[in-house]
Design a protein around this ligand. Structure first.
Ligand code: C5P
Length: 243
C-alpha cells in the first residue's frame, strides 16, 4: 500500500532516552506519524521505545541493521515483528541465506514488517570498499546495485539508499521496491556530518518512497514547523509529474 504524503516523512528519534523521545513525539503530534528508532535509543530503552511510539498510534522503523548468521537474524526479525514494528533493516552483505531466513521469519508473523536492506554504508568510499573486499577498482555504485538486486531476489522489500543512489536503484529495481533515503537537508541548512545530501523534494522526485530526517527537525527551534514545511514540500514534489 502506498504511504500518504505525511507518512513518507520518517523522523529519527535519535535521543539518549525515553523522556527526550516523548518530548519530541509530543511536539510533533498530529503531524508526523512515522518514527525511526536506532541504536542509541534502543540500546538505552529497548522495547519500551517501540511501545512509546506505538502507544501514540504512530509507526516504527527499527534501524538496528541486523548482520549475523541466518538463524540468529531470523530470531531477531521474529522478536521485532512481535514488538509490532512496521519496518526494519539488515545488512545485505550478510548474504542471500541470511536475507531469505529473515524474509521467511517476517512472513510467518501475524504483523509482517517491511524488510529493508542496507547495502554499502554511506560512510564507505571506494578506498574503504577495496580494503574490506580486497577487490581493486570496485565502484561503490556497482557494489550497491549488486547487493540491492540480491536483496530483492532474496525476498526483501526495499533498500536504504543515499540520495546519490536513488535514481540508478529505481531504474534497476523498478517500482514497488521500497527506497528509503536519509541524508536529507533543506536548501541552505547545515549538512552536519552528512556528506551526500539532497532536499526532501529532490529525493522523492528521484524515486524515494520515504525520507528519514533527524536533526533538521529535532534540533530546529520549532520542530513542528520544520516537519510541516518538509511534508508540504513532499506533497508539492509528488504532485508534479515524475521524469
Ligand atoms: O540528523 P540526520 O538527519 O543526519 O539523521 C539521519 C538519520 O539517518 C540518523 O539516525 C542516521 O543514523 C541515519 N542514517 C544515515 N545515513 C545512513 C543510514 C542511516 O544518516 N546511510
Amino acid at each position: 500500500m502506498k504511504p500518504s504524503d505525511a507518512e513518507r516523512l520518517i523522523v529519527a528519534l535519535d535521543t539518549p532516552g525515553l523522556r527526550e523521545a516523548a518530548e519530541l513525539l509530543d511536539a510533533l503530534a498530529g503531524c508526523v506519524s512515522y518514527f525511526k528508532i536506532g541504536h542509541q535509543l534502543f540500546t538505552a530503552a529497548g522495547p519500551r521505545a517501540v511501545s512509546l511510539v506505538k502507544d501514540r498510534g504512530a509507526r516504527v522503523f527499527l534501524d538496528l541493521k541486523y548482520h549475523d548468521i541466518p538463524h540468529t537474524v531470523a530470531g531477531a526479525v521474529e522478536s521485532a515483528a512481535a514488538l509490532g514494528v512496521d519496518m526494519l533493516n539488515l545488512h545485505a552483505s550478510g548474504g542471500a541465506a541470511m536475507m531469505e531466513a529473515a524474509a521467511k521469519a517476517a512472513g510467518s508473523s501475524s504483523h509482517r514488517p517491511a524488510l529493508l536492506a542496507v547495502t554499502a554504508l554511506t560512510s564507505m568510499d571506494r578506498k574503504c570498499l577495496e580494503e574490506t573486499t580486497g577487490i581493486a577498482g570496485l565502484s561503490v555504485e556497482d557494489h550497491v546495485l549488486r547487493l540491492a538486486s540480491l536483496a530483492k531476489a532474496s525476498g526483501l522489500d526495499g533498500v536504504v539508499a543515499s540520495p546519490r543512489e536513488i535514481l540508478p536503484l529505481r531504474q534497476r529495481l523498478g517500482c514497488g521496491f521500497i527506497i528509503l533515503t536519509p541524508g536529507i537537508r533543506q536548501a541552505g541548512s547545515p549538512p552536519d556530518d552528512q556528506k551526500r545530501t539532497a532536499t526532501a523534494s529532490e529525493a522523492v522526485a528521484a524515486g524515494a518512497d520515504y525520507v528519514v530526517v533527524g536533526r533538521p527537525i529535532t534540533r530546529a527551534p520549532h520542530p513542528l514547523t520544520a516537519a510541516r514545511t518538509i511534508i508540504s514540500e513532499l506533497s508539492d514534489a509528488l504532485s508534479r509529474p515524475h521524469p
